[in-house]
Design a protein. Structure first.
Length: 354
């Protein structure tokens, strides 16, 4: 299985270079025959536990209660972010880093709900590779990459923080990072602790991994959540609010009962051929690690599931700008960091929902 975070990032960087400013003349979604507002939600990759709250909300009828008929559709080749920017989809799963990458190229996107509150990326070598026991050992080794400046900046910072020079070779991943490492074409690569990390623990191969915050990468790189277009927010803010709050209910339910949510995802996304035991373990990892926020605070209403982490994301954007990881639509390096407060809003969330 490919690493979704990193394929999404390179998709954002490359797809944005072509026609990102081409906006269709779509207005707000129109009601269907049932009187419900027809809404399209686009996946950002294959269905997985990052998307699970949307499936739960649809399965339990939360969208219909909100007057919405939500169609969950596969990601297009150009990427979910471009589809939302161009009006092909109304909402999508993405992260605030991708929104910031698109913003430097002229897109008009906004994150309206941030599900994930801390980084889940891990940078790993096969445990059998005794030449790598710490990030410093990535120096001179081969990185299995999807090609983004962002990933290069992260790996370089981790190596340098651990006392290395930050020099490494790269090979572009063609199938999966697991396969690339196992074949010997590369020495290390990026994974998600909540997905590939679970896969490795359950089915192998055994990995030796290092996390970004432990080695000098600031802020939250994995601000996964729901995005929409500035255009839809302007034309129909009530619809955005109804979708966001119904989706919020779905993620809250999934956070309270991961096993139930796992069963819903497996049943309602048969095309993904997901193993229910694996999905349950992924949700257990998310819940035990409190990746979506402090559960007690969410349950007692003192915290809101879906709130934007403006400070953590801004720290990461500043790091990327310092690392020359942002480029505009012409490929020119952008040195000024995008501002998270311009790219996200909490206004549509139900505060203290539980």
């Amino acid at each position: 299985m490919t690493n979704h975070r990193f394929t999404t990032r390179i998709g954002a960087a490359l797809a944005a270079l072509c026609a990102v400013l081409a906006v269709t003349a779509c207005g707000a979604p129109k009601p269907d025959a049932s009187g419900l507002d027809k809404v399209t939600f686009m996946l950002s990759w294959a269905p997985d536990t990052n998307h699970i709250g949307v499936y739960v909300a649809k399965h339990k009828g939360y969208y219909r209660e909100a007057g919405l008929d939500v169609d969950i559709v596969a990601v297009t080749q150009s990427g979910a972010e471009q589809a939302v920017n161009n009006g092909v989809a109304d909402f999508a799963l993405s992260n605030l880093t991708n929104v910031s990458t698109y913003a430097t190229k002229g897109a008009q996107l906004k994150q309206v709900m941030q599900v994930q509150q801390k980084t889940s990326a891990i940078w790993c070598a096969l445990a059998s590779n005794n030449a790598i026991t710490r990030p410093k050992d990535f120096d001179g080794k081969v990185f299995a990459t999807f090609g983004s400046n962002e990933s290069d900046a992260v790996v370089r910072r981790m190596i340098e923080t651990d006392g290395g020079t930050g020099d490494f070779d790269k090979v572009t991943v063609g199938t999966s990072t697991f396969a690339t490492l196992s074949s010997g074409r590369a020495d290390f690569g990026g994974f998600y602790s909540t997905w590939e990390g679970v896969q490795a623990k359950m089915n192998g191969p055994e990995l030796r991994c290092f996390s970004e915050p432990d080695y000098g990468v600031p802020g939250n790189a994995d601000s996964i959540g729901i995005i929409t277009s500035d255009r839809l927010i302007s034309s129909d803010p009530d619809l955005v609010k109804r979708f966001v709050q119904a989706t919020q209910r779905g993620y809250i339910d999934a956070y309270e009962d991961g096993d139930e949510a796992a069963g819903i995802l497996v049943h309602d996304a048969p095309e993904a051929n997901l193993d229910e035991a694996f999905v349950k373990e992924s949700m257990k990892t998310i819940i035990d690690g409190q990746y979506w926020g402090d559960r007690k605070s969410i349950e007692n209403g003192t915290a809101t599931l879906g709130a934007i982490d403006y400070d953590g994301t801004q720290q990461y954007f500043d790091f990327l700008a310092e690392s020359d990881a942002y480029t505009d639509a012409t490929g020119k390096t952008v040195h000024t960091a995008p501002q998270s407060h311009d790219l996200a809003t909490d206004e549509f969330l139900a505060s203290g929902a539980h």
